[in-house]
Design a protein around this ligand. Structure first.
Ligand SMILES: [Cu+2]
Length: 54
C-alpha cells in the first residue's frame, strides 16, 4: 500500500509518500483510497509493516 504521511520526528522522516506492507491483508479492505488514517507500523528489515490502521 502506498501512503502519504506527515513528518515523523521519531524516524527522522519528512512528509513523504511511501510504501508500507500490511501485517494482515484484511486491514486494507477497511481502508478506502484517499482516506485519512491513523497508522501504526514496525520496521522489518527493509520493509515497514503496518500493524494497525484506523
Ligand atoms: Cu516515510
Amino acid at each position: 500500500m502506498s501512503l502519504a504521511h506527515e513528518p515523523i520526528k521519531s524516524m527522522n522522516w519528512p512528509a513523504m509518500t511511501m510504501a508500507f506492507k500490511a501485517k494482515d491483508k484484511a486491514m486494507l479492505e477497511k481502508v478506502k483510497p484517499g482516506a485519512k488514517v491513523d497508522l501504526r507500523f514496525e520496521q522489518s528489515g527493509k520493509d515497514y509493516v503496518a500493524t494497525d490502521i484506523k
